[in-house]
Design a protein around this ligand. Structure first.
Ligand SMILES: Nc1ncnc2c1ncn2[C@@H]1O[C@H](COP(=O)(O)OP(=O)(O)OP(=O)(O)O)[C@@H](O)[C@H]1O
Length: 331
């Protein structure tokens, strides 16, 4: 795989200690409906920051306010030292925006898409010709430079959208659900490119409802639901704080999960060795939260219970979300 260096951004040149983004009590209402309900967060320069939450949580709305394309109803916001509401064009010039849906020009070639986008920023053609080559190399699309966009795979289109968003050397990259809809291999290629950008000092702000994406990419994240922040921390810190080290997934096959959960709580409740915490009842399975899930399984077998299937795994951000909201991230 080519190892093109991340393209230049303005990030590393800026040694200011002020946050990349600061939101205080940020609120957005549509009529009577509150989409973003007084959220407060701060993004440090150079970090990868995530908004993790289910559909409708208010993530895209928050991104639109950061990107100076939606006005806030109340609260304060500062992006790269500027108020997006007052200095929208200056804020937009310092951002790279990757929307949820690719909005590439299907009529143009891959290279022309980058050049045309750069023209919107008033960048000179001579600069753009060289910049497009650099960005195509980074996005692993040099071999597709003259292809039409409609001939690209979904993963390639996503990489082109990111390459295009880098044309103005932004210091902050906003990515709304960057890999939703891509196959696993395409997601990994994209994660690798984003990781390189982060390594080069670009601030990444992304929304996702994929916990694995948040775990892979984010230094820190907020868990959002119904327009509010439920928790904040690093992926590992959130798991430590809100879940056990391990989870035992059990399927018993019949519709007795709630009743079985009570029984299991009695079996495991006083067992220090298993480090039992609690049980979540899902329609198709039980999730037993325990520091030592294998030990918990041994105790369950010893009590004469025989699950149809059992699986021991590490806790994930999905477990954190379930603990905080009682719901799964992907409904
Ligand atoms: N222009 C609008 N007018 C009215 N309601 C809106 C508007 N835009 C968004 N909403 C509502 O605000 C809520 C938050 O939407 P938002 O798109 O920010 O959520 P999200 O977390 O990004 O979810 P998704 O991943 O589905 O985009 C949703 O209930 C949505 O229907």
């Amino acid at each position: 795989m080519p190892t093109a260096a991340a393209p230049a951004t303005r990030a590393s040149a800026d040694s200011s200690p002020s946050p990349a983004i600061e939101a205080v009590d940020l609120t957005k209402r549509y009529g009577d409906f509150t989409a973003v309900d007084g959220i407060t967060f701060s993004v440090t320069r150079g970090e990868a920051f995530g908004l993790l939450g289910p559909n409708g949580a208010g993530k895209s709305t928050t991104m639109r306010m950061i990107a100076a394309v939606a006005a806030r109803t109340s609260g304060q916001m500062n992006v790269a030292g500027l108020d997006p509401e007052v200095e929208g064009p200056r804020v937009r010039a310092r951002l790279g925006v990757i929307p949820q849906q690719d909005n590439l020009d299907e009529e143009l070639t891959v290279r022309e898409n980058i050049i045309m986008y750069g023209r919107y920023f008033g960048l000179p053609r001579r600069y753009l010709l060289a910049k497009a080559d650099e960005l195509l190399d980074f996005a692993q699309l040099s071999h597709k430079a003259s292809a039409r966009v409609e001939d690209l795979s979904g993963g390639m289109k996503r990489r082109l959208t990111i390459a295009r968003a880098l044309v103005n050397e932004p210091e902050i990259l906003l990515l709304d659900e960057p890999t939703t809809g891509l196959d696993p291999q395409a997601r990994h290629v994209l994660w690798d490119r984003l990781f390189r950008l982060k390594e080069s000092g670009t601030t990444l702000v992304l929304t996702t409802h994929h916990m694995d994406e948040a775990e892979q990419l984010c230094d820190r994240l907020v868990v959002v639901d119904h327009g509010t922040i439920m928790a904040e921390g690093s992926p590992a810190g959130l798991i430590r704080e809100h879940s056990t080290r391990e989870v035992l997934e059990l399927r018993f096959g019949m519709d007795r999960n709630a009743e079985l959960a009570e029984h299991l709580e009695k079996i495991l409740g006083d067992d220090d060795a298993a480090g039992f915490s609690h049980i979540e009842v899902l329609p198709d399975r039980l999730l037993v939260y325990a520091g030592q899930a294998e030990t918990a399984l041994e105790r369950i077998h010893a009590a004469g219970l025989k699950p149809m299937t059992s699986l021991v795994r590490r806790s994930s951000l999905e477990d954190v979300f379930l603990r905080l909201t009682g719901r799964s991230l992907i409904d």
